[in-house]
Design a protein around this ligand. Structure first.
Ligand SMILES: Nc1nc2c(c(=O)[nH]1)N[C@@H](CN(C=O)c1ccc(C(=O)N[C@@H](CCC(=O)O)C(=O)O)cc1)CN2
Length: 301
């Protein structure tokens, strides 16, 4: 099924693809605004983790770019479960808020599942509410009418917008976290995608054997450089989703390292850079979720 491959990998360019997607979304937001509907994205940030602060700021900048209004709720790291839940209840009741996210991870001691379950499923811009994940399990075919998790959606959009068809492909997912690994299998198995999925994790025996069989590798373990060139079949498509923050021994500065080691670009046919691959697409798909909620609400009313 794979074409023989003897060149350097082509780049799955997340920045350019996200820019194209955001331009399409800006047009849909303009159409909604013409009908008197203003989509609004809310964020709940608890504490001042530098990564989370940066991601939330990025989400609001993206909103401004496409014409979505922003609602920011910033709580101190000392916020209690009850205080976070009260903020959730306010966003659930706020008509200006079309959809919202709770930035993860939450501080230690907070019951994350209880927080995510309190989000109104119809405002769940992250697609992480149990009702929406349950719909993904139950509805393996037909149109999708509820929000989908952003990073899994980002992976699929990134490859399909580069002309890669996933139907019939063997996809190896590495990592079983809720935001990516566990939920992406459900999307890939849907009839409209039609991939065969292998999900590997820390309990997997012989990870390399699984990866070697794959036409498409989605590395979302958060373990720097875990996927090496000798594991990847020549001509495979490789998405580097995992993020580890490491200190560069040469510069002494912190930098992001993905799950994919140097050298994979000499074996794979396509490779998503990290940064610059799935991350920017995840941000764009969050906006897509908000626009789709607004469009569905407009049709329902
Ligand atoms: N509620 C959520 N929390 C978290 C999610 C999520 O989807 N929902 N995912 C991550 C963080 N995240 C979004 O929130 C996210 C992470 C990274 C990027 C991104 O574009 N990264 C850039 C590099 C950025 C940098 O230099 O630091 C890239 O990949 O090019 C977007 C979104 C955990 N929490």
């Amino acid at each position: 099924m794979r074409a023989p491959w003897d060149g350097a990998a082509r780049v799955l360019d997340g920045k350019a693809t996200a820019a194209a997607l955001k331009a399409e979304l800006a047009e849909r937001v303009a159409a909604l605004r013409q009908r008197g509907i203003t989509p609004g994205l809310g964020t709940v940030l608890v504490g001042e983790d530098p990564g989370s602060v940066k991601y939330v700021a990025g989400k609001h900048a993206d909103c401004a770019e496409v014409g979505i209004e922003s609602i920011r709720v910033d709580l101190p790291a000392t916020a209690t479960q009850a205080e976070i839940e009260a903020a959730i209840d306010r966003l659930n009741a706020d008509p200006a808020c079309t959809g919202y996210i709770v930035q993860l991870p939450l501080p230690a001691g907070i019951d994350t599942n209880a927080i995510l379950e309190r989000v109104d499923p119809d405002k769940d811009a992250d697609g992480l509410h149990p009702t929406n994940l349950g719909r993904l399990v139950l509805r393996g075919t037909g149109p999708i009418t509820s929000p989908l998790p952003c990073t899994p959606r980002a992976c699929i959009e990134l490859v399909t917008r580069h002309g890669i068809d996933l139907a019939g492909k063997n996809v190896c997912v590495i990592g079983r976290g809720v935001t990516v690994g566990r939920s992406i299998g459900l999307l890939l198995m849907r009839k409209d995608v039609n991939a065969t999925v292998d999900v590997c994790h820390t309990g997997t025996v012989d990870l390399a054997a699984h990866v070697r069989r794959a036409d498409v590798v989605i590395a979302a373990a958060g373990s720097a450089g875990i996927i090496t060139a000798d594991m990847v079949a020549p001509g495979a498509v490789v998405l580097d989703v995992g993020v580890s923050r490491v200190v560069d021994p040469e510069t002494g500065k912190g930098r992001i390292m993905g799950d994919v080691a140097d050298g994979v670009d000499q074996v794979a046919a396509w490779l998503s850079p990290n940064p610059g691959g799935v991350g920017p697409m995840t941000r764009a798909l969050l906006l897509a979720n908000v626009v789709e909620i607004a469009e569905r609400n407009a049709t329902d009313s």
